[in-house]
Design a protein around this ligand. Sequence first.
Ligand SMILES: Nc1nc2c(c(=O)[nH]1)N[C@H]1C(S)=C(S)[C@@H](COP(=O)(O)OP(=O)(O)OC[C@H]3O[C@@H](n4cnc5c(N)ncnc54)[C@H](O)[C@@H]3O)O[C@H]1N2
Ligand code: MOO
Length: 429
Amino acid sequence: MRRGLSYEEALASILDSARARTTSPIDVPLTSALGRALAESVVSPVSLPPWDNAGMDGFAVRRDDVTGASPDAPCVLSVIGTSVAGSDPSTLPRLQPGSAVRIMTGAPIPPGADVVIRVEDTTEHLTPSHDGHVRIVNDRDAQGRGNVRPRGEDVTRDAILFAPGTSIRAAHLGLLASVGKATVRVYRAPRVTVLSSGDELVPVESFDQVLAGQRIVSSSSYALPALLRSAGAEVTMAPLVPDSLDAMTAAMDAAVRDGCDLLVTTGGVSVGAHDYTRDALMALGGEQQFWRARIRPGGPIGTGQVRGVPWIGLPGNPVSTLVTGMLFAWPLLRQLGGHHTTCHVKLPVRMSESLETPASLTYFLRGRLVVAHDGQLEASSTGAQGSNLQQSMAHADALIVVPETIARVESGMMLSALLLPDAPFLTTA
Ligand SMILES: Nc1nc2c(c(=O)[nH]1)N[C@H]1C(S)=C(S)[C@@H](COP(=O)(O)OP(=O)(O)OC[C@H]3O[C@@H](n4cnc5c(N)ncnc54)[C@H](O)[C@@H]3O)O[C@H]1N2
Ligand code: MOO
């Protein structure tokens, strides 16, 4: 019997049920916009560059004057002015035949000029003359564009520069600044509250109880918020919840009352006598959307909504929590935050080892990636893969996706891998 949804069905179900739920647009100063998604179309009121300008330091000249110049037959022009970055283009002299204007990179091209000869191709470079003339000894810059960067080459005035849903990265900040966006309309960061349950769990500050042999640290209270923040979310980690229906119900109720865009629970979602999460959802009048997916780790994942707030119940084993947090909560938070792109980076990888995998389940193998000698990305498992083994995740760069149809991975087989959102740099074999 097939238990639960496939990975693809589960992801589609989670994203589809929250399509209309992007956070509200807010205006923020440009410097606070990094990592957010645009909630407006950005139209540029200016052309960039704003004027035809030089791509090299040198001399603005007329193409006809300099064509044919060589060390044996230098072209001698009289220098009638200088254009520096910041010069007012309307005050520059017009080039007549036989004249040149000294020019710096980025400075406006004077009228009449159509080529910039780099300074290295003049005798000015090594032996500056003081007779008001420049000697051009090479005409290679007179070919093609002639080191002239045309007005509007980068950005056309009145054109749409970015569409809503664009994720704002470093380069976007630069362009937004260049077109005058001191304030940007973005989707507010989605707020997610994380509730972790389990009588055995303590915060790291209570490590004495771990040493006394009675408790374990709630590692997911540290790992999961970090992962979810990498999706652009504001994460509130609620106090640890004891294993009781009343405690879980009260904690979920408080989280939703306090206001959040997504409620994530960890643990208590399987079939144990103390697994109260789904009962608490029901006690609050919530709805379960699905429970269980045909994946490992993370099979007992549950989703639904409580008082209109989407809920994802991540299984408690710490690796299952992180894997399902990455596979399902991360893309949902991207979508809630208005990002057009919600998926992880998917890379083709060649397996460098053979291993058995569970049949009829999509298996997310924690993998290390290296660039092999032939330039291909090569993947291997990080070792023992139990969903309680945190090292399997800590040493991973990616989740290698082994589809339901594959029961044995052979060395050399091509698979795809989802890069962890905070993956370290890839090494070379
Ligand atoms: N009879 C069955 N037993 C289990 C099944 C099943 O289908 N039938 N599924 C197994 C799978 S798969 C998983 S995953 C777990 C999920 O169980 P829960 O979500 O109910 O999680 P808990 O029972 O609360 O905890 C499981 C495990 O993880 C540790 N844990 C929990 N929270 C944390 C935390 N915040 N930080 C660190 N470690 C945590 C907890 O101590 C348990 O060891 O169920 C299997 N069982
Ligand atoms: O969800 Mo479980 O991860 O297979 O231990």
